[in-house]
Write a protein that binds this ligand. Structure first.
Ligand code: NAD
Length: 384
């Protein structure tokens, strides 16, 4: 592989919610070039926008199928593809690119069903390609610091992990017919879950990422609080983890006044940690029976993982784009090492396909639990 990674983007067209974040984050380190793109459901819009972004005209494709066809025979073909299209299309697009020997970075949720998620893992393995999932908040330095502190044993055994991802932007009943909102609550387009699959999934991934534990079982209560929505716009979940940790999660789209609303608190036998995504530079650490300490991003005594993820000096704001950039740099490192038959440390931090599949299984288990009045539902062992 050349030192610079040739990268392709599917979805994320002009005006999309997440496209710009990928484009900016991928290029922050100057290691990744946007070499090919199929950005939009409207082929002409997609081609025109890709050309505006500097993609060569013959690689500004109208559809992902054209992009696959065009790229696979090129000597300078792209090495990595990001899939940033709506959820229901992830499986087919990711599967075809993996089958044809491209590495894939897929948006969450990885797929709509557990079966598809497991099939995707098999395709990646059979073709010896990397499959990672954009749980981008795991790229924040202080989230990586929290993970390092738990791994080092600072908190002792983890008893309880509480996470939230609750915003208030689908709270207006007058929005019921807004096409950008309506599909999210329609099971034919969104699958078995709305806000849990969209937002709760990030908070659940965060607990697993920081504690290093796998999710074993879920008990859930979904609620639809606005109008006649079929899928949930609010949910409370209890979570059981592999080392006996209890997890609790609240996710919502009707929490008026909450902005992004992502945070976690981890309580161990020797102390507690808390982190809030809207003030991401600080990690609050309270050793048992001692005062709370604020650990600042950029502190020289931070863990190697946190220092590596920190790009500017203490006191400045980095934020979500740099968190995403850390995942892109991990992808670059992991792919470069793989080409040389090595395994890079980045792989231990990058959210891989297995984590994505575990989260798809968690959403499915939560939907089934809700139908069974909140009964505990075990995750299938195959998804771990
Ligand atoms: P969006 O509706 O705002 O944009 C989707 C884009 O994909 C549009 O440009 C659309 O034209 C294009 N598109 C649709 N079908 C396509 C196809 N078949 N081929 C090529 N392009 C196609 O959606 P969004 O909010 O940007 O979400 C996209 C994905 O990103 C979803 O899976 C969502 O869950 C995920 N997402 C992740 C995060 C995160 O923090 N990781 C945040 C927001 C969205």
């Amino acid at each position: 592989m050349s030192q610079r990674l040739r990268w392709g983007l599917v979805g994320g067209g002009e005006g999309s919610q997440i496209g710009d974040a990928h484009r900016i984050a991928a290029r922050i380190d100057g290691l990744i070039d946007l070499s090919a793109a199929a950005l939009d459901i409207d082929p002409e819009r997609g081609r025109a926008y890709a050309r505006d972004l500097g993609v060569a005209p013959d690689r500004a494709y109208g559809t992902w199928q054209e992009m696959l066809e065009g790229e696979r025979s090129r000597p300078d073909r792209i090495e990595l593809v990001t899939v940033a299209t709506p959820n229901a299309t992830h499986f087919e697009i990711a599967n075809e690119f993996l089958r044809n020997g491209f590495h894939v970075f897929c948006e969450k949720p990885l797929t709509m069903t557990v079966e598809d998620a497991n099939a995707l893992l098999k395709t990646a393995e059979a073709n010896d390609r990397l499959l990672a999932v954009n749980f981008g908040y795991s790229g924040y330095p202080m989230v990586r610091e929290a993970r390092a502190m738990v791994a080092r044993g600072d908190l002792g055994r983890i008893r309880l992990a509480v996470a939230e991802f609750a915003h208030g932007f689908h709270a207006d009943a007058a929005d019921a017919d807004n096409p950008r909102v309506r599909w999210r609550y329609d099971p034919n387009q969104a699958g078995v879950s709305s806000v849990v699959a969209d937002c709760g999934i990030h908070a659940m991934h965060m607990i697993g990422f920081v504690t290093g534990q796998h999710l074993e079982a879920v008990s859930a209560h979904f609620a639809s609080l606005v109008g006649d929505r079929i899928l949930e716009d609010d949910a409370a979940l209890n979570l059981r983890y592999s080392s006996g940790t209890l997890g609790r999660l609240w996710t919502s789209a009707v929490a008026v006044g909450q902005m992004h609303g992502l945070n976690f608190r981890i309580f161990g036998e020797k102390g507690g940690l808390s982190w809030h995504q809207e003030a991401p530079n600080q990690l609050f650490w309270t050793p048992l029976s001692q005062p709370t300490v604020v650990i600042e991003r950029g502190h020289p005594e931070a863990s190697d993982a946190a220092r590596d993820a920190t790009r500017i000096t203490i006191g400045h704001t980095e934020g979500m784009l740099v968190a995403f950039a850390n995942l892109y740099r991990d992808l670059h490192r992991a792919i470069s090492a793989g080409e040389q038959g090595e395994r890079d440390l980045a792989l231990s931090l990058l959210p891989m396909g297995a984590a994505g599949a575990e989260m798809v299984a968690a959403v499915d288990a939560a939907a089934r639990s809700t139908k069974d009045n909140g009964a505990w539902v075990e995750l299938p062992k195959t998804s771990l």
